[in-house]
Ligand binder design. Structure first.
Ligand code: FE2
Length: 187
């Protein structure tokens, strides 16, 4: 096993320990944040191909780890200049740490009761720019969107409580009050 795989393996062992010991989601996020920040600082896991992105989608995603039961989903995402993702939730907790560049995150609040299929009313409620080494802690219910407003491809390190294609996460169109399922295909 090379140094890259060693680092990923020990990182996952550390994450597993916290996930098994900490039941409270808010406390879990507080403990996972610094673990991810330390991993990002090491940089040995970082390879040039992680900057590749699909011009059609505006982003690229590289899978570093997922547990056999689909828990602990670890990916590195790249965003092309000027590209982003519309408001979405994850249906699980998430920790994002900046690796290269700055990603501008907007946070949204859902106003309707989620009883009408395909319908959602969202209101903008805050923002956070995530730069290199900074952590974004997202509890399961949170809705965010992001955009890379810089002139260079951005890179960020993401840890989720579950593989995102195995959650019931949704993507939203706040201008037209629409919601729909949101799946991805990591390399
Ligand atoms: Fe997200």
């Amino acid at each position: 096993m090379g140094p890259q795989q060693d680092d990923i393996q020990s990182f996952v062992v550390e994450l597993r320990k916290v996930v098994h010991e900490v039941a409270d989601e808010a406390e879990l996020l507080v403990q996972v944040g610094p673990i991810v920040q330390r991993m990002v600082q090491k940089r040995r896991w970082l390879t040039a191909d992680m900057y590749e992105a699909d011009p059609k989608l505006g982003y690229g995603t590289t899978l570093l780890h997922v547990e056999p039961d689909q828990s602990l989903f670890v990916v590195v995402d790249s965003w092309l200049p000027g590209r982003g993702v519309p408001p979405h939730d994850h249906d699980t907790w998430a920790v994002v740490v900046g690796v290269d560049g700055t990603e501008h995150n907007l946070f949204w609040q859902r106003l309707d009761d989620a009883q009408r299929p395909g319908y959602a009313e969202l209101q903008l409620m805050g923002e956070q720019c995530v730069s290199v080494g900074e952590a974004l802690l997202l509890p399961g219910g949170s809705i965010h969107s992001l955009i890379n407003e810089t002139e260079h491809t951005s890179l960020s390190f993401h840890v989720y409580g579950r593989h995102l294609n195995f959650t019931e996460r949704r993507q939203f169109d706040p201008d037209n009050n629409l919601e729909r399922p949101f799946k991805i295909a990591p390399r």
